[in-house]
Design a protein around this ligand. Structure first.
Ligand SMILES: C[S@@+](CC[C@H](N)C(=O)[O-])C[C@H]1O[C@@H](n2cnc3c(N)ncnc32)[C@H](O)[C@@H]1O
Length: 301
């Protein structure tokens, strides 16, 4: 039996046949299980590749700045997959497999949260005292991610429309790294501007994984305006998720081509593809080939 999730989910009856055509309805539920089941079905892969880069960037950032602990903002975090895979010794496959278990069919949100809190606690990477903050407009998704220990603090705020609250300003002032993945919107330019404005005391690095076509000039310009040097990481384009239908694919091909990408062999295969951008102050631009941790995902995981 499928959990109550909202009528936009088209469930064809079998677990491996659940088809989700519109994701908006599942971004803000009291627990993450429905979202991850839907993303599992849709062939979601971004977070696997993005998190490999997040871990590598965090490691290099700490080395370059001599930090023992860092403040990390997961922007448009949803249920917190970016923070979860950076902070824990878990792969995206581990997370997606977890929610295939029948137990989650009827488990209440409170029961899911209690079980997930234990699960994440048992997989926390050793020796990490970093602070993780989640920002999203989805308050329930953030509440879940805070309750299970992915984030230390969460902020349900729309920085695209409004200035940061005092609490978020405080968190931003101790932010060294901004991570973002899985969002079709890419980093919204006005929100990105407010994040970087609030965080200017530390001049954070930004690592973001927009899908091809949403690697907008505006967002890249905002990072440049804040004194950051933006580079595309030399990681081959990777799958984000399967297209819901032919119309979505046609739009994605057109968007990718409008941004100068060759869609052949990528979007033409039926999947959104994403890439990685890293922004750092010019004085901290070290060659990626010399980093202690590779930003390229383990494809066997
Ligand atoms: C495709 S989901 C990605 C969530 C998560 N990063 C992941 O990979 O699972 C996009 C997220 O963007 C959030 N979002 C949309 N508009 C936003 C805004 N103005 N500020 C912050 N988050 C926003 C949505 O609520 C949703 O959680």
């Amino acid at each position: 039996m499928m959990k109550e999730t909202g009528r936009m989910i088209e469930n064809q009856g079998e677990r491996d046949q659940k088809i989700v055509t519109i994701f908006d309805d599942i971004y803000n539920l009291p627990d993450c299980s429905t979202y991850y089941r839907a993303m599992d079905h849709a062939g979601f892969r971004t977070a696997h590749h993005a998190a490999a880069a997040f871990r590598a960037v965090l490691s290099e950032l700490k080395r370059a700045r001599g930090l023992s602990t860092a403040g990390i903002v997961d922007f448009a975090s949803g249920y917190g997959i970016g923070g979860a895979l950076t902070r824990h010794d878990l792969t995206l496959a581990d997370v997606l497999l977890r929610y295939r278990d029948d137990w989650f069919d009827d488990a209440t949100p409170d029961a899911v949260i209690a079980a997930d809190r234990d699960w994440y606690a048992s997989h926390r990477r050793a020796g990490q005292d970093d602070q993780y903050y989640g920002i999203d407009i989805a308050d329930k998704a953030l509440g879940y991610a805070r309750a299970v220990g992915i984030f230390d603090e969460v902020f349900a705020e729309n920085l695209q429309a409004e200035d940061a609250s005092a609490g978020l300003q405080r968190a931003l002032a101790s932010t060294d790294l901004v991570i973002e993945c899985g969002s079709v919107a890419h980093m919204l330019p006005a929100a990105l501007d407010r994040v970087l404005q609030g965080a200017q005391a530390r001049m954070p690095w930004v690592i973001t994984a927009p899908i091809r076509g949403n690697d907008t000039a505006e967002a890249i310009e905002v990072m440049g305006d804040h004194g950051l040097t933006v580079e595309e990481l030399d990681v081959p384009p990777f799958r984000h998720r399967r297209f819901a239908d032919e119309a979505e694919q046609a739009r994605a091909v057109a968007n990718a081509e409008a941004r100068g990408h060759d869609a052949e062999g990528f979007e033409t295969t039926g999947y959104f593809h994403a890439q990685l951008f890293l922004a750092r102050p010019a004085s901290e631009v070290t060659p990626v080939s010399g980093w202690p941790v590779s930003p390229i995902a383990d494809l066997s995981a």
